[in-house]
Design a protein around this ligand. Structure first.
Ligand SMILES: [Zn+2]
Length: 348
């Protein structure tokens, strides 16, 4: 069966909206709700939330004897207020693994307990060249040396508390989404790009009046960046789990921003060989531009599922993302290829 047409405008519109919805791990419910609202347009899906807060869509297939699942995560890197400093600025603790220099100078939002969003930016404690000279370049980017400067009149602790800010408030860094000539540049393409690919594949089948070959569950997880997103949420009878997450692009890597990648091994070891081989076969059969790669410092929700005792074949595909866990970039070619691959799998 040929792959139905992919609506790339739909994909990009949904992706842009999702990228602009803050969702650091632990505070990902706005992105889960945004995705749920988009999936509401497809009445063939039955939506539910797990107690942990992830979104599950059950999609009846042509057959149901070997149910399948796909997962992508809506949570992202972010931070939490660790301390309110005597000078009124905020010391943060990181959520997920990233280096402080990747968000240095970035705008951010602090979400208070009362639901207020206070704007600010993340800076080095010795930020001004005119005051600190060489130290601006030389100071180590550590938890101690980074702080949030709030866009509010506060010069001491109590004034910051008066804004409603407290230890434990979530902090989201601005995604700075920009689309140029097919390139999508933004933070948190990991893994919102793949949530968008899953939705675009649902729309492609829906518009063509098609069902998946087998009953299929989509799990939009909300704790991936801390390692246990897809550990729960899927029925125990799923036979396969296709994890859809970004491919690592860079020196020595086979992946690029114009292909979808099949990851055969990452930090946690190899994926399921038979399932991976079948996915390669599908890509070749449908002329989907793809690469095969190994990611040196990477773990996925597929492995979280395995470690939690999940008994299914697990494989990983996704679009190439340059400068991951930094100011990321991909291209529509990789997003469309990933969506086609997902659609080909759903129909196979
Ligand atoms: Zn990811």
């Amino acid at each position: 069966m040929p792959i139905p047409a992919i609506d790339s405008d739909y994909l990009l519109n949904f992706l842009t909206g999702l990228l602009n919805t803050p969702s650091p791990t632990g505070y990902a419910q706005p992105a889960i709700a945004f995705t749920q609202q988009a999936l509401d347009a497809f009445p063939e899906l039955e939506l539910s939330l797990t107690r942990k807060g992830s979104l599950v869509a059950a999609w009846p297939g042509e057959r149901s004897e070997a149910p399948r699942a796909l997962t992508a995560h809506a949570d992202t890197l972010g931070a939490m207020v660790k301390e309110i400093k005597p000078n009124g600025r905020l010391k943060l603790t990181r959520i997920g693994s990233f280096a402080w220099n990747t968000v240095e100078g970035e705008g951010c939002t602090v979400f208070t307990r009362e639901g207020r969003a206070v704007r600010g930016s993340l800076l080095l404690v010795k930020a001004s060249s005119h005051v600190h000279s060489k130290e601006v370049a030389e100071l180590v980017r550590s938890d101690e040396n980074m702080e949030v400067r709030l866009d509010a009149r506060t010069t001491w602790e109590d004034e910051t508390r008066d804004l409603g800010i407290e230890v434990g408030d979530f902090v989201a860094f601005d995604p700075r989404v920009e689309v140029t000539d097919g390139f999508v540049r933004s933070r948190h393409l990991d893994d919102k790009a793949c949530v968008a690919c899953l939705l675009a594949s649902v729309k492609a089948l829906h518009d063509a009046g098609l069902k998946p070959a087998q009953t299929t569950y989509l799990l939009i997880s909300n704790y991936e960046e801390v390692g246990h997103g897809a550990a729960v949420g899927l029925p125990s009878d799923v036979t396969e789990l296709l994890t859809v997450d970004m491919a690592a692009v860079g020196e020595g890597q086979a992946s690029d921003e114009f292909h979808a990648t099949l990851c055969v091994k990452d930090s946690n070891g190899p994926y399921h060989h038979g399932f991976s081989q079948r996915l390669r076969g599908l890509a070749e059969q449908h002329g989907i531009p793809y690469k095969v790669d190994i990611y040196p410092y990477y773990g996925s929700d597929g492995e979280a599922f395995w470690r939690a005792g999940g008994d299914a074949a697990v494989a990983l595909i996704g679009p190439g993302v340059d400068a991951s866990h930094n100011y990321e970039r991909t291209h529509m070619d990789a997003l469309v290829a990933t969506t086609q691959w997902v659609a080909a799998y759903l129909l196979s």
